[in-house]
Ligand binder design. Sequence first.
Ligand code: SF4
Length: 361
Amino acid sequence: MRIGMPHMGNMYIPFQALFQRLGIDYVIPPVNNRRTMSLGAKYSPEGLCLPFKLTLGNLIEAAEMGADTLLMPGGYGICRLGYYAKTQEQILHDLGYDVEVVQFGVSERKLLGLLDIIKHLSNNAPWFRIISAFRFGLAKLNALDKIERVVQRVRAVERIKGTANQIFTKAVRAIDRADDYDTLKKVQIDFINQLNQIDEDSHYEPLIVGITGEFYVVLEPFSSFDVESELGKLGVEVRRTTFVSEWTKFSLFLNPLGINEKDRIHKAALPYLKRYIGGDGWESVGEKVLHAKEYDGIIHLAPFTCIPEIVAQNIMPSTRENIPVLTLLCDEQMAKSGVLTRLEAFVDLLERRRRAQKINV
Ligand code: SF4
């Protein structure tokens, strides 16, 4: 069995650690690129969202590299994602690939459901090996996210633009290579220190912009032309609540105990949206309301044709909490120059707004 799965940010690193420790042959497709996008767009039914297209492109590339068992993230919510694995399997069969697409995600059985799939993929490895490999994968995931949070802060204030990104790239490679907990801990501490030592403009007060929207496009930089790095270049500090490590902690461990990290966000959205609408639409509205005083503006990343985010996009302008929101509709037609122009105009607006607020104080 040769396993392949689509990319989402640096998620291939924890999965590589998990599969390596279980002796599972894991084929990693090329990181998302123009070819991935065109393959996905070419073979997807019209009107499907960018996550479907990009993940399909990845699955085709993995199949080309010899993967025969493809893992496709999925859920049991009310967005179309739950149908994607089966639809993509059918498309791959029509293209002549003899592959099985396995839905890999959180079911109602939470952690146990996920561990059962891993057991099956590992050809019935003993539970202690599965748990140990899973823990190590989680440790890598946590290290990646901790470092990325520091990068988001430093990018905005570094004097030489691009330094934090260069260190982050090295950190990602070092985390990938780390083979035990001690090395991983050292890598995490070392790179966080390096980031904190970057020459900063200590007098500069960066604008704070929240990133919200659909889970996949928020976490896969290729789908938004890496909007976070671009904002960093413009001297903007990015805040985002969506991290896979947080999602894993709550979805697999704390939600089953009745602790829901989204309660606060949902409560904030209630005056404007009273129920779950699939995907992350409810959260997008709640984030705007919740952080209106804390952020200067919000970038809302919404895949074109994604109904939950279209609903959120239409509700956001009518909330009492008044904070500028820029919605970027992500699809294969999006051009980098268009995104950059809109970001520059948005940042300009936020700067003027902040200046005006200071004068009025
Ligand atoms: S939430 Fe929207 S973008 Fe995400 S999979 Fe569902 S329909 Fe597609």
